[in-house]
Design a protein around this ligand. Sequence first.
Ligand code: SUD
Ligand code: ADP
Length: 282
Amino acid sequence: MTVFEKAPAKLNLSLDILNKRQDGYHNVEMVMTTIDLYDRIELTSLEQDQVKVTLWSRYVPNDERNLAYQAAKAFKEKYKVKKGVHIKIDKNIPVSAGLGGGSADAAAVLRGLKKLWKIDISTAELATLGATISSDVPFCVYGRTAIAKGRGEIIEKLPSPPTCWVILAKPDIGVSTRTIFEQIKMEQLKHPNTNEVIQALYDQDFPKLCNHLGNALENVTMNMYPEVRWLKQKMMQNGIQGVLMSGSGPTIYGLVEQERKAKRIYNGMRGFCKEVFLVRSN
Ligand SMILES: C[C@@](CO)(OP(=O)(O)O)[C@H](O)COP(=O)(O)OP(=O)(O)OC[C@H]1O[C@@H](n2ccc(N)nc2=O)[C@H](O)[C@@H]1O
Ligand SMILES: Nc1ncnc2c1ncn2[C@@H]1O[C@H](COP(=O)(O)OP(=O)(O)O)[C@@H](O)[C@H]1O
């Protein structure tokens, strides 16, 4: 039997760092939403007790370092499944981009295995299992729009943003999330107004949402990689209100309501970097 799952990328509409914890992680508050840029995951049940990953990517390993592999192992162990699975990943989400591609794949594997092996568990239980893989997996298990707290594992659903176009531009560098967190100087962080972002979602107020997008990691990454600041400025020169770096970067995104304007900006941004996408919000 084979099951197919979409693994959508996420955007951080806001990202705040509250404090550093004893375990080395940071307590965060992040409003996140999934977008229509996704990897495709195909899961086929195997009689042999093995996890096999197939994907074609220069940047992602197909062994036990793959988060999709780790998700399948964790699922099999937790629910004592003796069968195996062949995971095929069709990778579209850029890697080490701040778009949570690895976490999206892991979450899609958890959702897919629940269907493939007909295990009766709740989404909350899957998200708890996902937290053992990486901080963004619990959000990716739910998808749509939510606020993530703690180290990312406490999820509260929110209304999705008014439907809009999303232009994504990724500079030709990969950013290590761990390295960016290591650079943080708490007293220098610029904090977003998370409550205003949440209120804008409840009010379905697109201009207000755009005005309050904010990411405490933006300056940390931009100080390390000036090309990210440059790319944000290029995106802003198009007269978009809502422009932000997602996650620990380096992807810059812009939110636009009108299709014609979005297509014009998408075409313009392609002159500045190779990896540019135009997708819909969820
Ligand atoms: C920053 C965010 C925002 O959505 O995304 P990305 O930029 O990776 O997409 C996430 O919080 C990233 O989540 P994820 O990529 O799953 O991180 P993990 O694998 O759990 O952690 C990687 C490293 O980042 C640091 N880390 C991560 C999460 C957190 N709340 N505090 C941390 O200090 C830790 O040093 C950890 O070793
Ligand atoms: N299925 C996967 N997809 C993408 N990256 C993966 C996957 N499994 C492991 N990784 C590794 O995770 C790291 C971060 O990848 P990614 O999730 O794309 O980053 P980000 O969350 O910053 O967008 C990379 O070093 C990559 O090799």
